[in-house]
Design a protein around this ligand. Structure first.
Ligand SMILES: [Zn+2]
Length: 229
């Protein structure tokens, strides 16, 4: 059985997700997108990367089409989390997104990557099966705690191609997960290593390998926890 899993996760649901999902489909890959449910369709002026720009998030009506073949998960209702508003921020948000996508949303990415043991306990036993942090591991190890799942690295990590080579050559018996995360808006920077063209080159390298399973975050978790039992 295959034991190498490639998965991606992208946060904040800006409109550049449209371009990114097209890329994933082109290379036969899957990714998870963490959406801010109360901010769908939201637009505001913003200063970023030295330029005046507009932050524009995908609209509620386009989720099914934009994220077809991908996984939609929650990044909370308003990109905030506290114990006081935990239920609204996580479970109500997941429900709202589930209604829009037509399937049950089962994953969370902590906003700003911040989490506490209380959050983990609040999720345990709930319909949220995994929660991604931003504690990068630079490894392919299976997370010990799926409710604090640290990705391997960001897509623009300076060592991404070294890690990619290591993953491609991995022949071990333990499952290996290469989990790459980021934000699609970061690819609007016109810098090598950060832009869409650099990301596509990475997908070209990692795509089409018979021994790799290309899957969403949830699918990876399900496949691995299934075989562990
Ligand atoms: Zn975020």
């Amino acid at each position: 059985m295959k034991n190498k899993f490639l998965t991606f996760s992208f946060d904040d649901c800006e409109i550049y997700d449209r371009r990114l999902t097209e890329l994933f489909r082109r290379y036969g890959m899957k990714a998870t997108f963490f959406l801010i449910s109360d901010q769908l369709g939201f637009q505001r002026d913003f200063h970023r990367y030295g330029e005046d720009t507009v932050v524009e998030r995908v609209s509620p009506g386009e989720l099914k089409e934009t994220y077809a073949g991908m996984e939609v998960a929650t990044h909370t209702a308003s990109h905030r989390l506290s114990m006081e508003h935990f239920h609204t921020q996580v479970f109500d948000s997941a429900k709202a997104l589930s209604d829009l996508c037509g399937y049950e949303v089962r994953g969370l990415a902590y906003p700003g990557g911040e989490y506490t043991p209380e959050y983990i306990e609040a999720l345990r036993g709930s319909r949220i099966q995994y929660a991604r942090t931003v504690d990068v591991t630079h490894s392919f190890a299976v997370p010990k705690e799926w409710l604090a799942w640290g990705p391997t690295c960001k897509y623009d990590d300076e060592n991404i191609h070294v890690l990619a080579e290591e993953f491609l050559h991995y022949k071990g018996t333990e499952p290996a997960i290469f989990h790459i995360y980021g934000h699609s808006y970061e690819m609007t920077r016109k810098e090598p290593g950060c832009d869409f063209a650099s990301f596509e080159a990475l997908l070209q390298k990692l795509g089409g390998h018979q021994d790799i399973v290309y899957a969403t975050n949830l699918e990876v978790m399900e496949m691995i926890t299934c075989t562990e039992q």
